[in-house]
Design a protein around this ligand. Structure first.
Ligand SMILES: NC(=O)C1=CN([C@@H]2O[C@H](COP(=O)(O)OP(=O)(O)OC[C@H]3O[C@@H](n4cnc5c(N)ncnc54)[C@H](O)[C@@H]3O)[C@@H](O)[C@H]2O)C=CC1
Ligand SMILES: CCCC(=O)O
Length: 475
């Protein structure tokens, strides 16, 4: 089968303003095999370097990303449609991630264990080999950085496949790694959709798959990995709760709710889209949230003051608008937004824009409350007591993130402990510093990105026993 027969995407790729920005060739079997072959060769060189040596190269790559922030951010905005303001932040968390794992690389070590008779054992923390990273379209550069930085720091090679909707910015990352001094082929990019992803996951020389995307695709990835007994990291979807108690700082809670719902056009896996508000402050909170939402500047994502750009593509826009329509049919009230938006600027007319939406009168069994919308749609629900809201917040198959706003410090920690989610933010939301592990519970996946613990996701432990006496034979 030729490479082209294996492509499932129609080329050229459209972007979110409805214009073609580039034509990218899909990688088929031949290209995937070549990438794996090159990665294996590069792995031999890279894995023999000391952690400190690897760290030095990653620090250099981080420095280059930081220096080229503006260029990469512009590319990301064109790639995805998010505002340049946000794209800069994605680039920042990317070089920070490289710096964090560059710093850890030199301290990766095993243990020495004393045993009877002077014998001893030790453990070696070793890389896995050729790792595959498969990314979603919402944070293309950041996802590639969050996967490759720990992989490379631990001594692995990585082949990365971006989403076919956002194929471009990761190429800059590959260029930077090469210029910083990683061996050729250590970080390689292959382009394509599901077919290319499958070839990567099923390749017998691939040691691990780290995936960011939807639950249905994550299920397929884990099935393919199971056949090869390969470890996987799965960063999947979410329907996270944000709980706002009546004793909160209201102004902060309103700001938190907007951050929890409208960054990157709401296309954020960890968004707090189920906003539970205690009855006493429901009206006041709702009024302020609606006012603030109506002020969000929609427009050209490359302009400094734009805070919301177009959604990723037309089918996704239609899907999100469909969720709003269904919410109305099921009894929710639209307080603002939820409509198609056609900007006045003629050059933006083909863009996949909608107005950010706040829904109220939501009930737990409505589709908009149960399913991940992945667009700018906030659902407000009211509650009476802590016990009640905890039960309702946890009543979901997802478990990526959560948040709580309260001035009661004991309640804040009690609620954080009870929420079934991999991340909980107290008195803020969507704050994901690279020093802290990020990842889900339940159907939101497993394995972690960022934080020290991620070293365990990209390395394996070898035990070495050393005999200092004679062999005592039982035969
Ligand atoms: N937990 C997290 O960190 C994040 C999760 N997501 C989730 O991702 C979803 C949206 O992203 P999409 O790109 O639409 O997800 P998707 O699951 O459709 O695609 C993700 C990636 O998997 C590839 N792929 C598709 N089918 C495949 C297959 N059979 N084998 C191998 N690879 C395959 C795609 O080409 C793409 O690169 C949402 O559900 C969102 O919640 C998005 C970002 C972050
Ligand atoms: C913080 C990561 C958010 C995403 O990738 O959706």
């Amino acid at each position: 089968m030729s490479a082209w027969q294996l492509c499932e995407v129609t080329l050229p790729f459209p972007v979110s303003l409805g214009r073609v920005i580039a034509t990218v060739t899909c990688s088929g079997e031949k290209e995937v095999n070549l990438a794996v072959q090159d990665a294996k060769a590069a792995f031999k060189i890279w894995s023999k370097k000391s952690g400190l040596e690897r760290g030095q190269i990653l620090f250099e790559a981080a420095r280059m990303i930081r220096e080229r922030t503006e260029e990469i951010a512009i590319m990301e905005t064109i790639n995805n449609g998010k505002s340049i303001f946000e794209a800069r932040d994605d680039i920042k968390t990317s070089w920070q991630c490289l710096e964090f794992f560059a710093g850890l690389a030199g301290s990766m070590a095993g243990e020495h264990i004393q045993l009877p008779g002077g014998s001893f054992g030790y453990t070696r923390r070793e890389p896995l080999g050729v790792c595959v990273g498969i990314g979603a379209w919402n944070y293309p550069f950041q996802i590639a950085s969050w996967k490759s930085a720990p992989a490379l720091a631990c001594g692995n090679a990585m082949i990365f496949k971006p989403s076919p909707f956002t194929p471009l910015s990761v190429l800059l990352l590959a260029e930077i790694y090469t210029e910083a001094g990683v061996p050729p082929g250590l970080f390689n990019v292959v382009q394509g959709g599901a077919a290319t992803g499958q070839l990567l996951c099923q390749h017998h020389d691939v040691a691990k798959v780290s995936f960011t995307g939807s639950v249905p695709t994550g299920t397929k990835i884990i099935e393919m990995a199971a056949k090869g007994i390969k470890p996987v990291t799965l960063e999947l979807g979410g329907k996270s709760p944000l709980i706002i108690f009546s004793d909160c700082d209201l102004e902060n809670a309103v700001k938190g709710a907007l951050i929890a719902n409208f960054l990157t056009q709401g296309e954020v896996c960890c968004n707090g889209t189920r906003v539970f508000v205690q009855k006493e402050i429901l009206d006041k909170f709702t009024e302020q949230v609606v006012k603030a939402t109506q002020r969000i500047k929609i427009g050209d994502p490359l302009l400094e003051d734009t805070r919301m750009g177009p959604l990723i593509n037309r089918p996704h826009l239609e899907r999100v608008l469909g969720f709003v329509k269904q919410a109305k049919e099921q009894g929710a009230k639209v307080l603002c937004g939820g409509d198609l938006h056609v900007p006045r600027d003629p050059k933006l007319k083909g863009g996949y824009y909608m107005t950010p939406c706040v829904l109220t009168d939501c009930k737990d069994d409505m589709t908009c409350v149960k399913e991940e919308i992945f667009g700018p749609v906030m659902s407000i629900l009211s509650f009476d007591t802590e016990a009640e809201v905890l039960e309702r917040a946890n009543n979901t198959t997802f478990g990526l993130a959560s948040g709580v706003f309260t001035r009661d410090v004991q309640r804040a920690h009690r609620v954080a402990a009870e929420l079934q989610a991999g991340v909980c933010c107290i008195n803020n939301y969507n704050i994901n510093p690279v020093e802290l592990p990020f990842g889900g519970y339940k159907k939101s996946g497993f394995g972690r990105e960022n934080g020290r613990v991620t070293v365990e996701c990209y390395s394996q432990l070898k035990t070495v026993y050393v005999e200092m006496g004679d062999v005592e034979s039982v035969f």
